[in-house]
Design a protein around this ligand. Structure first.
Ligand code: PRX
Length: 657
């Protein structure tokens, strides 16, 4: 992102959109912001009462007594699955389609709210029969599927805490998460289908458990997806359909405190192993519901499609919880945007008459590239007139991709909501409300009403508009991370460090506000976290994976800009033997890339691996990552290198590409 302070092009709110939108003007937005300022706990309490169905009403909105471990609506009781399913069926919407599922191979299945409730209840009963209790953790390692949504909802129904692990993570990563969460049960599938290929899942669960440390796991339930033959461990493994067949399709929801942990989701930080971000039930569900209504302006007759996998937070909030809590109809897609060809998204929008479409900038960039070289997959070949709103998430969107998305997909008439948020924030933090905000390509515009985001300097003082700084949130909000599972100290250190004032939530991103409009632009992470294709990864994790290979003495990982994936992973490696060159270097790079794939997962494989005799270090032995970033980008090093122990290494690394 440019971080420019020049007023960029503003796209006014289309009058037709504004006239029907829930928040239909800038004045309406300003009013909401003012009402949140006037009575902050009261503002959230009002929405929590209006939008959620409580079994027992709460008496207190925000409890700050143990800050930064904030609590919201704590003495209130509710159930997330009841809010997503039962209340719609009770309101007469049982026959409404909740999910339009399209498989990788193009088979479409529709599931109504009534059917979904029955299937969730059966699985919830099955989990209880297996001995899963309120508060137990259940790990889900599943394809993008109706079963995935059902498994999450079934856990919520009985008060078990789910932890979904993305199906692209390796056995080692899965093992680490199972162990840290202390999961009692794992739900997986025999295989998953992606891009025409069958990929193993159950086999990876077996491998993960065999690695050790997973003694807490008593049961593995397996969804039959491809029907491939897979070995079962006697007494531990069972087909999910078999155990569900024995159960009733009625299951009373377990009422839990609003603070009860709904889920853990592991995400990367700048240090150490991935952290288990713990979310609450009430505050989280409130924000999932409210943002679905205001940011996406979801209506009863909309067809909503969020393309994110349930393995990421976007798939939690805007597939499993937000749209269902609002009683919406949504598309769930098993496959990938480029199979059978790069028109898959456009064909599906046409076929299912999608009206709200939410995806990642990386996907848009890849599809632009495909459309530019092959007219058959150009969106203009398809009827996309059902669309009324577009959205992006996960990484900055470059203005050129924004303009294309707006023009070619949205026919110049659909607003684009560029939603900034994080695994830790639970839902949108800075985002346009499409009926209220004129848009600037590349800017996520203004904070969601009630979110007190600011750009500050190291002391926590707000910087003037037009000046870059660090993004913080000054007040707690209902859907915020509650803690890091098993590690409250790390929670405090990571998000409420003593610098930046100690009382503000530190997002880990830099930001700048436009000098005229005050609109926010996210300038990227300020820590050692990379964002590759919208997937978040810690450089330390990748470094640890590299040095766990017997040939590697030392490794440093940095990001470099990439036109397609936003950022690309670049690793500098010192071997325990002499530095390889030519073909040997290429072969070894492949070996190490695959090793990282085995340790973490294919998404973490470095794009570049460069070998050196050593790494640029200060005299005190600190690796100079700043210089490695310059080299990775292909730029000449112009910085002062006099503090380096070994300046000559820079030339070697620069030439080692
Ligand atoms: O750097 C920001 C970037 O993604 C990070 C959060 O990643 P994760 O927890 O995996 O959640 C992604 C989906 C919510 C942020 O710290 N990011 C997310 N959305 C945007 C963004 N960067 C710029 N613009 C966005 N809209």
């Amino acid at each position: 992102m440019s971080g420019t302070t020049q007023p960029a092009t503003l796209y006014p709110v289309p009058a037709e959109f504004a006239s029907q939108a829930r928040i239909g003007s800038r004045a309406a937005y300003d009013e909401l912001v003012a009402s949140a300022q006037a009575d902050y706990p009261g503002y959230w309490a009002k929405h929590a009462r209006d939008l959620l169905t409580w079994h027992k009403p709460f008496t207190k909105s925000l409890d700050e007594s143990q800050a930064p471990f904030f609590k919201w609506f704590e003495d209130g009781e509710l159930n997330a699955s009841y809010n997503c399913l039962d209340r719609h069926v009770e309101a007469g919407l049982g026959d409404k389609v909740a999910i339009i599922f399209e498989s990788d191979d193009g088979i479409v299945t529709k599931v109504t709210y009534k059917e979904l409730l029955g299937r969730v209840s059966r699985l919830a009963n099955a989990l209880k029969t297996q001995g899963v209790q309120k508060g137990d953790r259940v790990v889900l390692y599943l394809p993008m599927s109706v079963d995935g949504v059902i498994a999450m909802q079934a856990c919520a129904r009985i008060g078990a805490t789910h932890s979904v692990v993305f199906g692209g993570f390796s056995a080692q990563s899965l093992r680490d998460r199972i162990e840290d969460a202390g999961a009692v049960l794992v739900i997986t599938a025999d295989e998953q289908k992606r891009g025409g290929k069958n990929l193993p899942l159950k086999a990876i669960v077996d491998e993960a458990i065999a690695l050790g440390g997973c003694d807490s796991v008593k049961q593995v339930l397996v969804v039959r997806r491809t029907g491939g033959s897979i070995p079962f461990v006697e007494g531990r493994d069972a087909w999910l359909e078999d155990v569900c067949a024995k159960e009733s399709d009625v299951c009373a929801p377990e009422w839990v405190s609003a603070e009860h942990p709904l889920f853990l989701l592991y995400t990367s930080g700048s240090t150490g192993k991935p952290k288990g971000v713990q979310h609450s039930t009430g505050g989280y569900l409130l924000h999932a519901t409210l943002t679905t209504q205001w940011t996406f302006d979801l209506r009863p007759d909309d067809v909503f499609w969020c393309t994110a996998d349930i393995g990421w937070v976007t798939g939690h909030t805007y597939v499993t919880y937000g749209p269902l809590s609002c009683g919406g109809t949504q598309v769930v897609f098993e496959g990938v945007p480029t199979y059978p060809d790069a028109a898959r998204f456009w064909r599906m929008i046409e076929a299912h008459k999608v009206s709200i479409f939410y995806t990642a900038p990386t996907a848009i960039r890849a599809l632009i590239k495909a459309a530019e070289t092959n007219a058959d997959v150009h969106p203009r070949q398809f009827n996309l007139t059902s669309l009324r709103l577009l959205g992006t998430v996960g990484e900055p969107i470059n203005p050129a991709a924004w303009e294309w998305y707006h023009r070619e997909i949205g026919a110049g008439k659909c607003p684009i909501v560029d939603t900034f948020w994080q695994t830790e924030t639970g839902g949108h933090m800075i985002t346009p409300l499409p009926g209220a905000h004129a848009l600037t390509p590349g800017s996520c515009t203004l904070p969601f009403p009630g979110i007190d985001a600011a750009v500050v300097d190291e002391t926590g003082k707000e910087v003037p508009w037009g000046q870059g700084g660090v993004l913080v949130v000054r007040k707690p909000w209902p859907s915020m991370i509650r803690t890091i599972w098993n590690d409250p100290e790390r929670f405090k250190k990571s998000y409420y460090p003593a610098d930046y004032n100690g009382k503000y939530y530190l997002a880990g991103d830099g930001a700048i506000r436009d000098a005229e409009t005050g609109y926010f632009t996210i300038t990227g992470r300020i820590d050692d976290v990379l964002n590759v294709s919208g997937h978040r990864m810690g450089t330390m994790e990748i470094e640890s994976a590299l040095v766990s290979h017997p040939l590697v003495a030392e490794a440093a990982v940095v990001g470099r800009p990439d036109d397609l994936t936003g950022e690309a992973i670049c690793a500098f490696v010192v071997l325990k033997r002499s530095r390889p060159t030519g073909d040997e270097a290429k072969q070894l790079a492949t070996v190490l890339r695959n090793h990282v794939g085995t340790e973490i997962g294919p998404i973490a494989k470095p794009k570049d691996i460069r070998f050196g005799d050593n790494l640029p270090k200060t005299r005190s032995g600190k690796i100079m990552r700043r210089l490695l970033r310059v080299i990775a980008k292909g730029d000449a090093v112009t910085q002062d290198t006099s503090t380096l122990e070994n300046p000559a290494i820079l030339d070697q690394l620069a030439q080692s590409n």
